[in-house]
Design a protein around this ligand. Structure first.
Ligand code: ADP
Length: 752
C-alpha cells in the first residue's frame, strides 16, 4: 500500500487548504494512508510530530479558509544535503513513498532534488546503520506530484496557479474603491501589487479595473523617456475628462535597462511633470490573505485530486509531475521542465531580454498586454486615410449578466481605435425594432468596466413577424454593417432568427457575432459565459454565510440556485462549498438516489457531522421541488438533524463583475472586433456567406469561433443548454469528496 505525504511550502496562497482537502480525501478514497508534513520542508527535517496521519475529517470545514492549516515555511536548511538526509530518514520511518508538494517554484525545485537524491540518500542511511535494508526496500523510490500555490501566477506550463484569482479579486476590489475616491478629488493613485518577476497581477488587474497605465517586469515601458510618455497618456486623459488617473505597478517593475521602477519614483514623476496630487497604495499582504475565490477553490480541488492520483499511480520510472491547467483542462506536465523554463523566464527578465520573457509567458499574456495598450489610450488612433469604416451595432440581450458593460466598453474602444463606428442599441432587440440607437464614442463608455448590469439596457425580446421588417429598416437606415450581440440565449435566438430570415431581408446579410454573457453558463460553443463566475462567487459567499448561521445545531440546508435548466451553477457551487450533493436537471432526480442521499445524511450526522448542504438547481425536477426535498429530509432525518431552505434568488444576478468575468469580457470583445474586421474588410464573400454569423467562445483553444449553422448539432433548444457540457464529468468528484467518512469506511469494508 502506498503512503502519501502532503506539504505546503514557500509563500502561502488562498486555495492551499482546498487543495489539501482534495489531496487527502482522494488519496484516502484510493486506499492510501495519508500524512501531513507540517511547516513545509522544515517539518520534514524535524520529523516527530511534524509528520502526522490525517483522516477524512481533519480536512473537513477548511475549503473556505485562506492560508494553509498545515503551516508553511521557508527552510534554508533543506537546501543542504545533510538536512535532506534527515528528511528522508523521517519519511522512511513512516513508510512514505509518495509526496504531493503544494508551493512555488522554489518548493518544486526542492521536491525534484529530493526525488533525484532519494536512492542515494537511502543507501547512505542504510550504510550508516540508521535504517535497515528491509526498511529501505519498502520505499525504493519516492513519487512526486507538484501543484503550484502562488498568487503571482508565475509558473510556466499552467494557465493559472492557486491563489492568483483570489489575489486579483483583492486588487480589483481595491482599485474599484480607490477609483471612486480618486475621482472625487481628481487625484492620481499609484497602486503597487505583488509580482517580483511576473506582471500577471498588474496586467490583469489593470485590464479588469480599467486602470490608466500598468508597469510590469516582463515588458517595461518603452524608451529612455517612458516617464514622459506615461505622463502624456495621463495628461490627455485629463484633457478629455477622466477624473481619476490610476497607475498599477508590479513590485518587480523595472525600466528597459533593468533599473527598478518604484512607486515613489512614479509618484514623483506625476507630481513634477503633471502637477498632480498623487497618493500611493501598496496593497501588500491583503492580496495573499482571506478566503479563496470560487475559481480558486474549484481549481485547487481539481488539482489536488489530480495530484494525489498522479503521485499514487506513478511508478519507479516516473519523473516528478506538475499538475497544471491548460485551456480549462487539468494536465500532467513534466515538473522539472516547467521549473527550468520558469527560471529561463526569470533570467530573461533579469538580463533585459524582454522579448523572450514575453514570448515564454505565452500568447494569452502577450495578447492581454496588447489589448491593455489600446484600452489605456486617452484617445484612439486617428483613422487611416482611405480606410473603410465599419458601422457596427452593439446589443445586450437576454438577462443582465455582470461583465456585459466591460465587454461593451472594450468592443467600443477597440473598435474606435481601429477606425470603426460603434452604435449602441438600447434595451436589446427592442432597440433595433424601435430604432433606439446611440453612437458610442471613446468617452461614452468611460468607467463602465466595474459596473454590473447593462448600461445599454437589455431585454429578452426575440423579434417576430413585422418586427423583423422594422429591424431590417433600422439596419438599412443607419447603414449598419455588422452586429455584435453580447448576451444570453434570448440574444442567440434573436440572431438565429435574423440568420434564418436572410433570404427575405437583405439587410440581415451582414456579419453577426454572438458573445456569451449569462450567469447560467448555458450558451453554445463556450466553456464560460460572462457573468457566471461572478454569480458563482456571489453564491459561494452566500453559502459561506449560511453555513456560519448553523453553528449550534445539526442542520441540513437545501439551497436553491439559478441556472435555468443548466446545472453548472449548482454543481460548481457544490465543488466550491464542499456540498454533499448537487441536484441538476441534466441528471434528473430519482427516488433511488434520494434514498441513498437520506442514508448518507443519516450516516454522516450519526458520526458527528453538524452540517450538510444539498444544492438544488431551480429546475432540477418539476415535482421534487425544493420544499419537497426539505420535507423529505426532515421526515426521514428524524431527530438527527433539522432542515432549512435557502432560495438565493436575484442576488445571483447582481453585483460588480468578478476579475475573471471582466478579463474574459475584454478578451472576447477584442476577438470579436478582429473577427468583424477580418470578415468585413478582407472577405469579399461576406454578403450571403453563412460563415459570417458566428459565436465566439472560450474553449479548447482559448478563444474560438463557431458558425451559427452548427447550433442545431450542438445545442439543446428545449432545455437551453449545450448538448455536451464539459463540467458534467466533475459530478463524480463532488460525490467522492462529500461522502462522510464513516460511510466511506463502511463501503470500503463491504468491498474488502
Ligand atoms: P516558493 O516555493 O514559494 O517559490 P521559496 O523559493 O522560498 O518559495 O522555496 C520554498 C522552500 O523550498 C525553500 O525554503 C527551501 O526549503 C525549498 N527550496 C527552494 N529552492 C531549493 C533548492 N534549490 N534546493 C532545495 N530546496 C529548495
Amino acid at each position: 500500500m502506498k503512503r502519501l505525504a502532503v506539504l505546503t511550502s514557500g509563500g502561502d496562497a488562498p486555495g492551499m487548504n482546498a487543495a489539501l482537502r482534495a489531496v487527502v480525501r482522494t488519496a484516502l478514497d484510493l486506499g492510501a494512508e495519508v500524512f501531513a508534513i507540517y511547516e513545509g520542508y522544515q517539518g520534514m527535517i524535524e520529523g516527530g510530530n511534524r509528520i502526522r496521519a490525517l483522516n477524512w475529517d481533519t480536512v473537513g470545514g477548511i475549503l473556505h479558509k485562506g492560508g494553509t492549516i498545515i503551516g508553511t515555511a521557508r527552510s534554508l536548511e533543506f537546501r543542504t544535503r545533510q538536512s535532506r538526509l534527515k528528511a528522508v530518514h523521517n519519511l522512511v520511518q513512516h513508510g512514505i513513498n509518495a509526496l504531493v508538494v503544494i508551493g512555488g517554484d522554489g518548493s518544486l525545485t526542492g521536491a525534484n532534488i529530493l526525488h533525484k537524491e532519494w536512492p542515494a540518500l537511502l543507501a547512505e542511511l542504510v550504510n550508516q546503520g540508521t535504517i535497515s535494508a528491509e526498511q529501505a526496500a519498502q520505499v525504493p523510490f519516492l513519487t512526486i506530484a507538484g501543484i503550484v500555490g502562488s498568487i503571482d501566477n508565475d509558473m510556466y506550463g499552467t494557465d493559472m496557479t492557486i491563489g492568483a484569482d483570489t489575489a486579483l479579486h483583492r486588487i480589483v476590489d481595491a482599485v474599484d474603491a480607490i477609483s471612486s475616491t480618486a475621482a472625487s478629488h481628481q487625484r492620481a493613485f499609484v497602486v503597487e501589487v505583488m509580482g517580483r518577476h511576473c506582471g500577471y497581477l498588474a496586467l490583469m488587474g489593470a485590464l479588469a479595473s480599467g486602470a490608466d497605465f500598468a508597469i510590469i517586469p516582463e515588458n517595461p515601458p518603452d524608451g529612455d523617456n517612458w516617464e514622459e510618455k506615461m505622463c502624456e497618456i495621463l495628461r490627455d486623459g485629463r484633457r478629455i475628462g477622466r477624473r481619476d488617473s490610476i497607475v498599477i505597478i508590479a513590485e518587480g517593475a523595472q525600466d528597459r535597462k533593468g533599473n527598478p521602477i518604484t512607486s515613489d519614483h512614479v509618484k514623483q514623476v506625476l507630481e513634477e511633470k503633471l502637477g498632480e496630487d498623487v497618493r500611493i497604495t501598496v496593497l501588500g499582504h491583503v492580496q495573499r490573505g482571506g478566503s479563496p475565490s470560487a475559481h480558486d477553490r474549484i481549481l485547487s480541488t481539481l488539482m489536488g485530486a489530480a495530484a494525489a492520483k498522479a503521485a499514487l499511480e506513478a511508478t519507479d520510472a516516473s519523473e516528478p509531475l506538475l499538475i497544471g491547467n491548460r485551456n480549462n483542462k487539468i494536465v500532467e506536465l513534466p515538473l522539472i521542465a516547467c521549473v527550468e523554463t520558469n527560471h529561463t523566464i526569470n533570467e530573461a527578465v533579469r538580463t533585459h531580454n524582454y522579448k523572450k520573457a514575453m514570448q515564454l509567458r505565452g500568447p494569452g499574456f502577450q495578447g492581454s498586454f496588447d489589448i491593455l495598450r489600446t484600452l489605456v489610450r486617452a484617445l484612439p488612433h486617428p483613422p487611416k486615410p482611405g480606410q473603410k469604416q465599419i458601422r457596427f451595432a452593439i446589443i445586450n440581450a437576454g438577462g443582465a449578466a455582470p461583465g456585459m458593460n466591460a465587454a461593451v466598453r472594450a468592443a467600443v474602444r477597440l473598435g474606435v481605435d481601429r477606425g470603426h463606428i460603434p452604435i449602441g442599441v438600447k434595451r436589446g432587440f427592442r432597440g433595433l425594432i424601435n430604432e433606439d440607437l446611440v453612437e458610442l464614442d471613446w468617452m461614452a463608455v468611460n468607467g463602465w468596466t466595474p459596473v454590473g448590469g447593462s448600461e445599454l439596457g437589455t431585454s429578452r425580446k426575440v423579434p417576430e413577424d413585422r418586427e423583423l421588417y422594422s429591424i431590417a429598416r433600422t439596419l438599412e437606415k443607419h447603414k449598419i454593417d455588422a452586429i455584435l450581440m453580447i448576451g444570453g440565449w434570448a440574444g442567440y435566438k434573436a440572431v438565429l432568427k435574423l440568420y434564418q430570415e436572410r433570404q427575405h431581408y437583405p439587410a440581415f446579410n451582414i456579419p453577426i457575432l454572438c458573445l456569451p454573457a449569462s450567469i447560467d453558463n448555458n450558451l453554445p460553443f463556450s466553456d464560460f459565459s460572462i457573468g457566471a463566475d461572478t454569480a458563482l462567487n456571489s453564491i459561494t459567499e452566500a453559502v459561506d454565510k449560511i453555513k456560519q448561521s448553523a453553528v449550534a445545531s445539526n442542520r441540513c440546508f437545501v439551497i436553491e440556485v439559478m441556472g435555468h435548466y443548466c446545472g453548472y451553477l449548482a454543481l460548481m457551487t457544490a465543488l466550491a462549498t464542499g456540498a454533499e450533493r448537487a441536484y441538476i436537471h441534466e441528471e434528473g432526480v430519482a427516488l433511488a438516489a434520494l434514498k441513498e442521499d437520506i442514508d448518507m445524511l443519516s450516516a454522516g450526522f450519526e458520526h458527528g457531522k453538524r452540517l450538510a448542504l444539498m444544492i438544488r438547481n431551480e429546475h432540477a425536477n418539476p415535482l421534487y421541488t425544493t420544499p419537497f426535498l426539505a420535507a423529505l429530509f426532515e421526515q426521514e432525518g428524524g431527530d438527527l438533524y433539522d432542515v432549512r431552505i435557502a432560495v438565493l434568488g436575484h442576488l445571483q444576478q447582481g453585483g460588480n463583475p468578478s476579475p475573471f468575468d471582466r478579463v474574459n469580457a475584454v478578451r472576447m470583445a477584442n476577438a470579436a472586433v478582429h473577427f468583424l474586421e477580418e470578415e468585413f474588410l478582407n472577405n469579399p464573400k461576406t454578403k450571403n456567406s453563412e460563415a459570417a454569423v458566428v459565436c465566439v467562445g472560450m474553449g479548447n483553444d482559448h478563444i474560438q469561433w463557431t458558425p451559427m449553422y452548427e447550433i442545431a448539432r450542438a445545442y439543446d433548444e428545449e432545455f437551453q443548454r449545450p448538448k455536451q457540457q464539459w463540467w458534467m464529468n466533475l459530478r463524480a468528484l463532488v460525490h467522492m469528496l462529500a461522502q462522510p467518512d464513516p460511510y466511506f469506511a463502511k463501503r470500503n469494508r463491504q468491498s474488502a
